[in-house]
Design a protein around this ligand. Structure first.
Ligand SMILES: *[C@@H]1O[C@H](CO)[C@@H](O)[C@H](O)[C@H]1NC(C)=O
Ligand SMILES: *[C@@H]1O[C@H](CO)[C@@H](O)[C@H](O)[C@H]1NC(C)=O
Length: 240
């Protein structure tokens, strides 16, 4: 009886642990697995294909670069000192450093971004990262940031951040950042995924390809048909 209880507890705890682990990228099973990606070097790729036939260097379904050929550059990116161009309608730019930029990030479950916000209202509009939580530190300026919890509460958590302040956006929740200062703002954010993904709410809803049937949106947002038509025309073919 006691044994059975312990057994149940162990299974329960393991199930719980597994649930948490699977919430972000799976843990790597080796030091690294530098992504070959869509390599421009066809000779190198061919060599790898031949090698794979003999050694099978697939990890998590991905083809990894032969560890003997891995170099420091596979773990390197340069340029986060450069300001992003915020001359666009919302006034922001993200310089993303994910597995597409650093092949050595493959299987490691982390990535990073530099965010630039134009003075007086530069906005990163409400969006979701489907695969990662985000931790953000303000390097310059003042940001009004927030996220909304899931149903039924839909609680809004907000904060005004200044230089050196850190804020966390939990995985999968809608969040935003607005520059409320009159100088450019800069932030660096890190993610617990090599490929966090971005779902900009307005673009996904009103700019989907092909467009969502307006009947759906008219009813969902409880607005006039011409409001939906207007928003769809505004966001169609308009990527964030
Ligand atoms: C920034 O982007 C705008 C709009 O695309 C463009 O006109 C401008 O030349 C860019 N500025 C720089 C410094 O690249
Ligand atoms: C969300 O709302 C429910 C019911 O309204 C309440 O029981 C629960 O404590 C709330 N959760 C949080 C995290 O506030």
């Amino acid at each position: 009886m006691a044994m059975k209880g312990v057994h149940f507890l162990v299974v329960f705890v393991f199930t719980l642990a597994f649930t948490f682990v699977s919430a972000s990228d799976p843990s790597p099973l080796q030091d690294f697995c530098v992504a070959l990606g869509d390599t421009k070097n066809d000779v190198l790729l061919l060599l790898h294909m031949i090698e794979v036939l003999f050694y099978a260097v697939f990890v998590n379904g991905e083809l990894c670069k032969d560890p003997k050929l891995v170099v420091a550059e596979d773990f390197f990116f340069s340029g986060l000192n450069k300001p992003g161009n915020t001359s666009n309608p919302l006034g922001w730019m993200a310089t993303i450093v994910n597995v597409m930029k650093i092949a050595g990030l493959n299987t490691l479950g982390v990535s990073m971004v530099r965010l630039d916000y134009a003075p007086n209202g530069g906005l990163i509009p409400p969006h979701i990262h489907p695969r990662a939580s985000e931790i953000l530190v303000v390097l310059e300026g003042t940001l009004y940031v927030g996220f909304v919890t899931s149903n039924p509460n839909n609680t809004l958590f907000t904060k005004v951040l200044n230089k050196g302040d850190v804020f966390v956006f939990p995985i999968g929740l809608i969040h935003f950042q607005l520059n409320v200062g009159n100088t450019p703002a800069i932030a660096i954010a890190a993610f617990d995924s090599q490929n966090f993904g971005i779902i900009p709410i307005a673009n996904a809803i009103f700019g989907s390809d092909p467009p969502i049937n307006p009947d759906v949106l008219t009813k969902a947002f409880q607005v006039d048909r011409n409001v939906v038509n207007y928003l769809q025309s505004k966001f169609q073919g308009n990527n964030i």
